[in-house]
Write a protein that binds this ligand. Structure first.
Ligand code: ACO
Length: 264
């Protein structure tokens, strides 16, 4: 049986990255350094998935220095993966996901694995990142992948990118809308608002009890320190919020492995 595992789950499947890289090298000419896989797994852990076949005879404990003797396996066998990310600097300014790479080993094709990998990644993009759409590039000659994207998953061709690949082949730039998959975050907002209202209500009841002569809770001593004290005048300056830029977009261009075909 084939299981689809999120790379982000616990216990982590990050040790499968070299096997995922092997799966990529076996099936596609577009290859990447291992650190590019790691970058995806660490930056957008919810978005990448791996399809595995678990060993029939259970797992073997690894003994340092031992060589595999053909007995039970140490790891599940990787038969497919989807490597996905959020576009870091979207040219159109719209937050969207991107499929960096997808492949399934020949031995396990036409079983619906690629479709499942894609759907799980797309759902995660919509639910955890509110991606408006998902984009990808595919070779114009890649009939199987085109069928998958267009006919099964409902992608549409956005444009043709001339000589996109290192060997000079054109790419279809495709995209698929994800907004219908968004979770209704308003529900969460409503819950928060209700909780805040209840809190306010409790507070005013407590204040009312106090002004009616009721004591404060006996366990509450004198206030300690200045934290939370209401300041006025000059102290307003101190309270000024400082905006700090976080999550500086990192350049990842250097992590993409050069396609050897280009040099030939
Ligand atoms: N011919 C025609 N349609 C196909 C084919 C095929 N050989 N394979 C898949 N499809 C289409 C069909 O519409 C199929 O639905 P159906 O079975 O109900 O007819 C649908 O895709 C779903 O098929 P899956 O079984 O989910 O696809 P599979 O697991 O076999 O993987 C994939 C498809 C990923 C394209 C595989 O053939 C592969 O790994 N190819 C080599 C690597 C590759 O081309 N990857 C995509 C590159 S683009 C990118 O990475 C962004």
């Amino acid at each position: 049986m084939v299981d689809i595992l999120p790379l982000s789950s616990f216990p982590s499947y990050i040790h499968l990255l070299p096997a995922i890289q092997t799966c990529n090298i076996t099936n596609l000419p577009e290859n990447y350094f291992l650190k590019y896989y790691l970058y995806h797994a660490l930056t957008w852990p919810q978005l990448s998935f791996v399809a595995v076949v678990r060993p029939k005879n259970g797992y073997r404990q690894h003994k340092p220095g031992s060589v595999s003797s053909g007995g039970p396996e140490e790891y599940p066998k990787v038969v497919g993966y989807v490597l996905a990310k959020m576009e870091e600097e979207p040219a159109d300014g719209i937050p969207h996901g991107h499929i960096t790479s997808l492949s399934v080993m020949r031995t396990h094709r036409r079983l619906g694995i690629a479709e499942r990998l894609m759907r799980m990644s797309q759902r995660a993009m919509a639910e955890s990142h509110r991606a408006h759409y998902v984009s990808l590039h595919v070779r114009v000659s890649n009939t199987a992948a085109l069928h998958l994207y267009r006919d099964t998953l409902g992608f549409q061709v956005d444009k043709v990118e001339s000589k996109y690949y290192a060997d000079g082949e054109d790419a279809y730039a495709m995209r698929c809308d994800l907004k219908h998959m968004w979770l209704n975050w308003d529900d969460d907002d409503d819950d928060t608002a209700t909780a805040a209202k209840k809190e306010d209500g409790d507070k005013s009841t407590r204040q009312q009890e106090k002004s009616d002569g009721g004591d404060e809770h006996p366990d509450e001593g004198d206030p300690v320190g200045d934290l939370g004290k209401k300041d006025d005048g000059d102290d307003k300056e101190k309270q000024k919020k400082i905006k700090v830029k976080i999550g500086r977009p990192l350049g990842v261009g250097d992590l993409v492995e050069k396609n050897e075909a280009a040099a030939r």
